[in-house]
Write a protein that binds this ligand. Structure first.
Ligand SMILES: CC(C)(COP(=O)(O)OP(=O)(O)OC[C@H]1O[C@@H](n2cnc3c(N)ncnc32)[C@H](O)[C@@H]1OP(=O)(O)O)[C@@H](O)C(=O)NCCC(=O)NCCS
Length: 203
């Protein structure tokens, strides 16, 4: 993993979002080993899997100029999770993979925080900064998000951020085997007009 000097840093009233670096490995391993945090993923992650994930995040920042930021509290410098934007590398309803010639792959906003940081608005604050970067910083046309129906905290956050459930409905996550209980997903999205109007109503 290279030092965390590649990619933008985003600041909010309580948080600094910055590309993760090697020093974030212990906190990220602890978060990804917690069964409560990983309840809606196939399994908690081992340290070697987390290290590979941080390597992929690093490569994504280098390739795209954005990725999953480490979320650091400004008051005590504690790393409380990951929030960010990532290109989707499989087909979604109405969004083929690979995308049509000249189009870029869809981009997903996602989040994972240590459980002690839930219920304090940190995810919303960090995700708002990520969406602002997506629409106002790099002018993406839309941002998607998806989760399993049981993950009410995650799709509740999507709705609080102004994302809307995709009219095409849900989809079966292609990275999970047919019949896996976590395979059915809800798909949400927001475009630039939706972002502007969500900002207007949040004022
Ligand atoms: C999904 C996840 C990021 C949501 O975190 P969260 O803390 O619930 O989300 P928010 O930041 O929107 O916080 C909302 C809560 O903070 C409360 N809150 C407290 N202070 C607040 C503030 N200053 N501003 C906004 N909300 C505040 C809200 O009332 C709300 O409380 P509630 O959950 O009791 O209704 C978190 O549950 C998580 O990391 N889960 C595990 C990983 C995961 O499943 N990721 C998604 C995979 S698709």
């Amino acid at each position: 993993m290279s030092p965390p000097d590649v990619g933008p840093r985003l600041q909010t009233p309580r948080l600094l979002l910055r590309p993760p670096g090697p020093a974030d490995l212990p906190a990220t391993c602890a978060m990804n080993a917690d069964p409560e945090v990983m309840r809606f993923f196939p399994a908690p992650m081992r340290p070697d899997e987390v290290e590979l994930m941080l390597g992929r995040i690093d490569a994504h920042f280098a390739r795209c100029g954005f990725g999953f930021w480490a979320v650091e509290r400004r008051d005590n410098a504690a790393v409380i999770g990951l929030i960010g934007l990532v290109e989707v590398t499989f087909a979604l309803p109405g969004r083929p993979c690979p995308p049509p010639a000249g189009a870029r792959p869809p981009v997903e906003v996602g989040w994972r925080l240590v459980s002690s940081a839930w219920g304090q608005g940190f995810a919303r604050e960090g995700a708002t900064a990520a969406l602002r970067f997506a629409f106002e910083g790099i002018a993406l046309p839309e941002v998607l998000s998806f989760t399993v129906p049981a993950n009410t905290r995650s799709w509740g956050l999507m709705e609080r951020l102004g994302l809307r459930r995709d009219p095409a409905g849900g989809f079966e996550h292609p990275r999970l085997p047919v019949g896996h209980p976590l395979r059915p997903h809800l798909l949400y999205g927001i475009d630039r007009a939706g972002w502007s109007s969500a900002q207007g109503s949040a004022r």
